[in-house]
Design a protein around this ligand. Structure first.
Ligand SMILES: Nc1nc2c(ncn2[C@@H]2O[C@H](COP(=O)(O)OP(=O)(O)OP(=O)(O)O)[C@@H](O)[C@H]2O)c(=O)[nH]1
Ligand SMILES: [Mg+2]
Length: 310
């Protein structure tokens, strides 16, 4: 039995420390962990909702973590075990934000039924690397009832979250741009529910109305409901939560084929990412000092290097 399998088994037996270690092994793409994961009893492979996976995305500072904190409180009131995965954009500027998240969620850290973990986005534009899907599988197998993923994003780069979450909530603010900008950024394709947060500030209603109008124009299988709310003041959140529930119900009925396609995309993407990462690492290893120097000076083009390193 490999070390990874033993660590995973102890995580499955409910040992928190080993859950944290298993996640670290997923993050570093430990091959033994990858294989062990594939044999796990992952409930979400059967269909949406068990566990319920909710993705929260939106521009920096729109109130995602404050919102997630509310969702955690609500889930705990329903006696659900919750895991939160916050995907850091691995940017030198994110340090403060992550610290901020910890402070915001501090009240939950002593609760044994709440697990909070930051993941690196590995420089993926999407703010969500394919190993997030594996971490969610792990949290699923360990028995969490609800898994919440927070990622920062401003548009199409966020497609990855759709593949992992049953429902994606896009959190906007009156300051994050008008409806046209939101659509140009591709957020309409990503959102299952829009939460226009910071409704205590001017412009939230206007943005929400413009978004609703734009949505009505498109013929979407699930036109995303738009709500205004204030995560800080705890107002309007019930409607957002209600819409999350309705979207999940839709996923388990009419929307099931769409949900299945999204899920399938995640597995295909994970496989392609693994291949690409391995090829890149092998090419890096193979690249001689001379070839690197030739690339730097322009003697050798990137296309020539491709032929040489194939
Ligand atoms: N006025 C107002 N401020 C809010 C509201 N919700 C959150 N904030 C504040 O907005 C700031 C950012 O909140 P966060 O929850 O950290 O936002 P975030 O989207 O998680 O931020 P990043 O993860 O850094 O992208 C904090 O100072 C919050 O207190 C709200 O409804 N109204
Ligand atoms: Mg945050």
């Amino acid at each position: 039995m490999s070390d990874a399998k033993q660590i995973l088994d102890r995580a499955l037996a409910g040992e928190r420390r080993f859950l944290a270690r298993s996640i670290s092994l997923v993050e570093c793409r430990h091959p033994g962990m990858g294989h062990a994961l594939a044999t796990m009893p992952v409930r979400r492979r059967q269909g949406p909702g068990v566990p319920q996976v909710i993705g929260i995305t939106g521009p920096p500072g729109s109130g995602k973590s404050t919102f997630v904190d509310r969702l955690v409180t609500q889930a705990r009131a329903d006696d659900l075990r919750v895991a939160v995965v916050a995907v850091d954009p691995s940017s030198p500027f994110s340090g403060g934000a992550i610290l901020g998240d910890r402070v915001r969620m501090e009240r939950h850290t002593s609760d044994d039924d709440v697990f909070i973990r930051s993941l690196s986005s590995r420089g993926h534009l999407g703010g969500l690397s394919s190993d997030t899907a594996e971490v969610v599988d792990l949290l699923d197998a360990v028995g969490f009832d609800r898994i919440i993923i927070e990622t920062v994003g401003v548009g199409q780069s966020e497609l990855g979250i759709m593949e992992v979450a049953d429902t994606v909530v896009v959190v906007l603010t009156p300051e994050s741009g008008d409806a046209v900008q939101t659509m140009k950024a591709g957020l309409l394709e990503i959102a299952d529910v829009f939460a226009v947060n910071k409704s205590d500030r001017q412009g939230a209603n206007r943005l929400a109305q413009a978004l609703s109008q734009a949505i009505q124009l498109g013929e979407m299988p699930w036109p995303p409901p738009v709500h205004t709310c204030s995560a800080l003041n705890n107002t309007g959140l019930d409607d957002v939560v209600d819409s999350i529930g309705k979207h999940l119900a839709w996923c388990t009925s009419t929307g099931q084929p769409i949900w299945e396609r999204r899920r399938g995309d995640a597995y295909v993407r994970l496989a392609l990412d693994l291949v690409a990462e391995q090829a890149r690492a092998a090419a890096r290893e193979q690249m001689s000092t001379q070839l690197e120097a030739d690339l730097r000076s322009g003697i050798c083009s990137a296309h020539d290097a491709l032929e040489l390193l194939r």
